[in-house]
Design a protein around this ligand. Structure first.
Ligand code: NAD
Length: 364
């Protein structure tokens, strides 16, 4: 693998390999872009089949964080870290502290958080070594569970999509199929039910389904039946890659808008396929940015109301992406990439002008 070629192809600024065998730590921290601010992104712990797989994952995920922060209008760049190991067996306090020292060594260019395979508790150990960590519990002054803020973003995102695609001003009577009633899905169901939406739900855990039936009069269906429901909105809130060759053909919805990451199995294939079928797709990294907004607010001194208010901005972000998509005749996921790139380009130009000014006229 030609490492510099890989970094260059995706535009990475810095990739740090962290090795402390005495503490069982093998980690990679990727800083993709810091044009808009420090690179923030979670730390994933996973038993990768090869080091190459870990490198590709951290490069892909960190780049995604740059776009997510840019399109959401946050003063943050994109980064991510991965620890190679089994999260069930290979964690230790010493390992987390060693990781924390590496994060501290980057001097705030990278800010870490929990992700797949890591927990709030792990991040609290990291915090003993560095201030550059978010996703800490409320008891310790952090922002705690991000799901209510993520759900709020998805809720306003569904409103934006229904307004743009169907001209709806209200969610009264809107039919929504929610796949997955976990932390985000259940909050989302609550918000939609409150506005008079009719819910169809599924989950692999029966007790979650029963709760939604009881609280929101939702109609339960099997996990394989959720795709073919006659609804306005299909809202994936469980797994990635659920929009794929098999499911696109059976979807009867007008809109796909949910919290799950990486909903399109293959972006370049399934994004255009949805558009060809006249189904409006709310790009996942735009509509589910509430979690990132939540940790951004933790960095400033956490205020839940302020985080929820900013998540409401996802409504306008999505509307403008849908307009760009229509004007340029490109699918929404491409339009959101353009919007993010344009914001970064403007920031780079402003920085270049500032530096030029300093060069010509001095710092004052
Ligand atoms: P969660 O684990 O709390 O909930 C997922 C739910 O989906 C669970 O109830 C699970 O039983 C159910 N499920 C699993 N497989 C299923 C299947 N095949 N069919 C139907 N249901 C199934 O996770 P969450 O925190 O609610 O996050 C949901 C999704 O949103 C994930 O993809 C996550 O990466 C993404 N996301 C979450 C946040 C957040 O703030 N929690 C932020 C951004 C993105």
């Amino acid at each position: 693998m030609e490492l510099f070629q890989e970094f260059g192809a995706r535009g990475h600024e810095q990739v740090t390999f962290c090795h402390k065998p005495e503490f069982g730590l093998k980690a990679i921290i990727a800083i993709h872009d810091t044009t808009l601010g420090p690179a923030l992104g979670g730390c994933r712990m996973w038993q990768y089949d090869s080091e190459q797989e870990a490198i590709i994952d951290v490069l892909r995920l960190s780049r995604g964080m740059t776009y997510k922060a840019a399109v959401t209008g946050l003063e943050l760049g994109g980064g991510k870290s991965v620890i190679i190991g089994d999260p069930q067996k290979d964690k230790s306090k010493e390992m987390w502290r060693a990781f924390g020292r590496f994060v501290e060594g980057l001097g705030g260019r990278y800010i870490t958080a929990e992700d797949v395979g890591t927990s709030v508790h792990d991040m609290e150990i990291v915090r003993a070594e560095t201030r550059h960590v978010t996703g800490i519990s409320r008891m310790l002054g952090g922002s705690g569970d991000p799901s209510p803020v993520t759900a709020r973003g998805v809720y306003v995102g569904i409103k934006a999509a229904a307004k743009f695609h169907q001209g709806r001003e209200s969610l009264q009577g809107l039919k929504v199929a929610i796949q997955g009633l976990g932390h985000v899905g259940m909050h989302l169901a609550d918000l939609l039910h409150h506005d008079g939406a009719e819910l169809v739900v599924c989950d692999i855990h029966q007790e979650h389904v029963e709760e939604a039936v009881r609280r929101f009069s939702a109609r339960p269906v099997g996990v394989d039946e959720i795709y073919s429901q006659n609804v306005d909105v299909f809202s994936p809130c469980a797994l990635g890659a659920v929009v794929n060759d098999q499911t696109i053909d059976v979807l009867k919805c007008a809109i796909v808008a949910g919290a799950a990451n990486n909903q399109l199995a293959i972006e370049k294939v399934h994004g255009p396929m949805l558009a060809e079928r006249g189904i409006l797709y709310a790009p996942d990294y735009v509509i589910n940015a509430g979690g990132l907004i939540n940790v951004f607010h933790e960095m400033k001194g956490y205020d839940e109301e302020a985080a929820l208010d900013q998540a409401d901005g996802i409504y306008d972000s999505l509307l403008s992406i849908f307009h760009v998509s229509k004007e340029r005749d490109i699918p929404p996921h491409e339009a959101s990439n353009h919007v993010a790139e344009e914001r970064m380009q403007k920031a780079r130009e402003r920085r270049r002008d500032r530096l030029q000014n300093i060069y010509l006229h001095g710092a004052n």
